[in-house]
Design a protein around this ligand. Structure first.
Ligand SMILES: [Ca+2]
Ligand SMILES: [Ca+2]
Ligand SMILES: [Ca+2]
Ligand SMILES: [Ca+2]
Length: 445
């Protein structure tokens, strides 16, 4: 994928020195970072501790943050991949702590999330790229070590597990893993059986990237649907990159149930979101349709399109446009003010963070306001989570342009930014995903 190689030059990257390595045969070590990375950054919060929005001294929930780290090449640019890296970020007694787990089997973790197979203790599920691995990590007295749930060489130029979602798509009452890959277009359901893990490949297409998986029930029949985003492989040549959004319903026939639900023409999506944002009790599909840049000019800007169960594939409703940007890889949904109505945050590549609110007609244009123009990155990983448990969502954002992980809280209707984690060299890593997780799991205490 040429995009990645060019990107690394553009962003640069650096070794951070806290690399704990391991493979399946020996326990991974964990190190607690002490000074340069895990300290609380307070430059944006000089107010006393009673200030609204202050981060509480103790948080029962922390964050899983996953990266592709790089070291410098002979020209001093951060282009040499290092082992995939995951940081377990937690806060206690007024201090943030980042425990680090790395994996030499891959050079990127695309996602990490809590997963508890039936009859087992919860662990941390990771999907990694080059090599393509799905692993379940658990902590013991000797550190973190992983069970490999699925690994495969797909036979294409790239070999990546790109996304995973957890849900019961087979209808047996047990959670499944639904996984997408680069670059052989695989969409697979990994199910827990008495003998171990069973991989059911619903799809496989040459020269196809599947960027994203979402699960939900748009038609309200109680059967969980799978949504996936196949496209032509990524390229940096400008112009179009054709893609679509497809649906599979394993309980209605698996591979044969494949249906195109969003036709995107010469455009495509790397980010979709499924859930009930408008609060009517039924899930919707939101598709972040990437724009087109030709001869240095943005001819088509990013659009967020909305689909319900009966929306024709060519008639998604544009609820918002991110003017002048062609990339948006994160949509996240939360409730910034705790009023029970949901908001959607959109993290664009170069035009900052935006907050969208459905109006009285959710099938019309939504309200849009800027959260922060000074935030960005190629992935621009973002997630709403209520780590402080006060009933309102905070927005956590990796601004890779700045090498910072930031927290936004809404006070009197306005977003307020705090930096909670900073790396010494912004270019040394790309952040791919953020997910909340219990501190007890992250710290093993
Ligand atoms: Ca359904
Ligand atoms: Ca709805
Ligand atoms: Ca709200
Ligand atoms: Ca909160």
């Amino acid at each position: 994928m040429k995009r990645t190689a060019i990107l690394l030059v553009a962003l640069g990257l650096a070794a951070t020195g806290f690399v704990a390595c391991g493979d399946d045969d020996e326990p991974e070590q964990t190190e607690t970072e002490t000074e340069t990375e895990a300290e609380t950054e307070t430059e944006t919060e000089t107010e006393p501790e009673t200030e609204p929005g202050e981060v509480p001294a103790d948080l029962d929930q922390g964050l899983l943050v996953v990266y592709s780290p790089f070291e410098r090449d002979d020209q001093g640019r951060y282009t040499r991949p290092l082992p995939a890296r995951m940081e377990l970020l937690s806060r206690k007694d007024g201090e943030w702590r980042a425990d680090v787990v790395t994996d030499e089997d891959s050079n990127v973790f695309h996602k990490a999330m809590v997963f508890q197979p039936e009859g087992q203790e919860p662990g941390i599920l990771t999907v990694g790229g080059t090599g393509a691995h799905v692993k379940l990590w658990r902590q013991s007295d000797t550190g973190w070590s992983a069970e490999t749930i699925w690994t495969e060489e797909f036979g294409g130029e790239r070999n990546r597990m790109r996304d995973v979602e957890i849900g019961d798509v087979t209808g047996d009452g047990k959670d499944d893993l639904v996984i997408a890959t680069h670059d052989q277009g695989v969409v697979a359901v990994v199910s827990q059986t008495d003998e171990g893990w069973n991989v059911d490949r619903l799809d496989r297409r040459e020269n196809t990237f599947v960027h994203e998986i979402e699960l939900g029930d748009l038609n309200g029949d109680g059967k969980m649907e799978i949504y996936a985003t196949p496209s032509e492989p990524n390229h940096m040549g400008g112009g179009g990159q054709s893609g679509e959004v497809v649906r599979y319903v394993p309980q209605d026939g698996g591979a044969s149930s494949r249906t195109v639900v969003a036709e995107l023409g010469n455009r495509h999506a790397k980010e979709i979101w499924v859930g009930d944002v408008d609060g009517d009790g039924t899930d919707e599909l939101y598709v972040s349709v990437e724009g087109i840049q030709e001869d240095g000019e943005v001819s088509e800007s990013v659009e967020i399109r909305r689909y319900t169960a009966d929306t024709p594939p060519g008639e998604g409703v544009v609820i918002a446009t991110i003017e002048g940007d062609t990339l948006t890889r994160f949509i996240t949904v939360g409730d910034v003010d705790g009023d029970g109505k949901k908001e959607m945050a959109v993290a664009s590549f170069s035009k900052g963070l935006w907050l969208l609110r459905p109006g009285s007609d959710p099938a019309g244009e939504w309200g849009k306001e800027s959260i922060d123009r000074d935030s960005g990155g190629f992935e621009h990983a973002s997630v709403f989570a209520d780590l402080d448990g006060d009933g309102s969502s905070e927005l956590y954002v990796a601004s890779d342009n700045d090498g910072e992980l930031r927290r936004y809280v809404w006070i009197d209707g306005r977003a307020r930014r705090q930096t909670i984690h900073r790396r010494a060299e912004a270019r040394s890593m790309m952040t791919w995903n953020l997910m909340p997780a219990p501190r007890s799991l992250l710290r093993g205490e």
